[in-house]
Design a protein around this ligand. Structure first.
Ligand SMILES: [Zn+2]
Length: 272
């Protein structure tokens, strides 16, 4: 076995969601976001339609997963975030206004993390144990900062396809790896002038099913990253449902939150 999962499971699965709503648009293109109702509404589809649709999908299969929520989103879409919390899903930190960390110096990065935690606490009463960086940018000092703030794990790096450790002066931080192959944005997101076309859900289903089957054979973890404003469209939710049905058809698949996956990894510290 390449990696030992609990209770004889062969692999671990988490279909996770980065609940960005308008936040990344506000950070990346503040001038356009100040005037473009079109750009804002495209992203408000997430809290308005995507999140309820995702929650219904998860409920149909009795699955609990992880949503990463910027502080700004908790403050401005509080009811949607509460509905995620009340359905029993894990809520992780994801910046304040989706600030890409490579744009921040260490002092600003610290302030942004503190403000995002304050907003999650005061709006929805959540103190996250997991972190996923906006746009998957991480600075050299970020893992140490996360340890200082008591985080159990990070899920922003691509250095393995099983849980691993990132060393810090404050001790090792559990890393639950992501990768572009299993992100919905490169396949579905419309960007004028980009070379990628909008992929049909069948193609994404084929790629993700193939990656899942290969990770299943290797006892790895299969962590998908979707965005409610992108994957919340009806045909894409239907594709996720087909993927979930396929993964459930194989024996020994552990559907879990990243918090539970991280707790397992930390409990195995002496063995991996
Ligand atoms: Zn994001």
């Amino acid at each position: 076995m390449r990696y030992q999962w609990p209770e004889g499971y062969r692999c671990a699965v988490a279909v996770t969601f980065d609940f960005d709503a308008e936040s990344a648009f506000l950070f990346r293109e503040p001038q356009k976001a100040a005037t473009s109702l079109a750009g804002l509404e495209e992203r408000r589809f997430g809290p308005r339609v995507g999140v309820p649709r995702i929650l219904k999908l998860m409920d149909r299969y009795d699955l609990k997963t992880t949503f990463y929520v910027p502080g700004w989103v908790a403050a401005n879409h509080t009811e949607a975030v509460k509905s995620i919390r009340d359905a029993g899903h894990e809520i992780g930190a994801h910046g304040n206004v989706h600030e890409a960390l490579d744009h921040l110096d260490p002092a600003a990065e610290k302030d942004v993390l503190a403000e995002s935690l304050r907003l999650l606490e005061t709006t929805v009463g959540v103190r996250p144990v997991g972190y996923r960086s906006p746009s998957w940018e991480l600075n050299m000092g970020t893992p140490t900062l996360l340890k200082e703030h008591g985080f159990l794990y990070d899920s922003s790096l691509m250095g393995n396809d099983i849980p691993y450790w990132v060393d810090t002066p404050k001790g090792p931080l559990a890393e639950l790896p992501i990768q572009w192959l299993m992100d919905d944005a490169p396949f579905y997101r419309h960007v004028y002038g980009a070379t990628n076309a909008i992929a049909e859900p069948d193609r994404v289903l084929r790629m993700w099913s193939q990656e899942f089957k290969a990770m299943y054979e290797e006892n790895g973890c299969f962590i998908v990253t979707c965005h409610p404003w992108i994957s919340g469209r009806a045909s894409r939710i239907a594709m996720l449902e087909t993927l979930i049905q396929y993964m459930r058809s194989l024996p020994g698949v552990w559907f879990t939150t990243l918090e539970e996956m991280a707790r397992w990894h930390v409990s195995q510290q002496g063995q991996v």
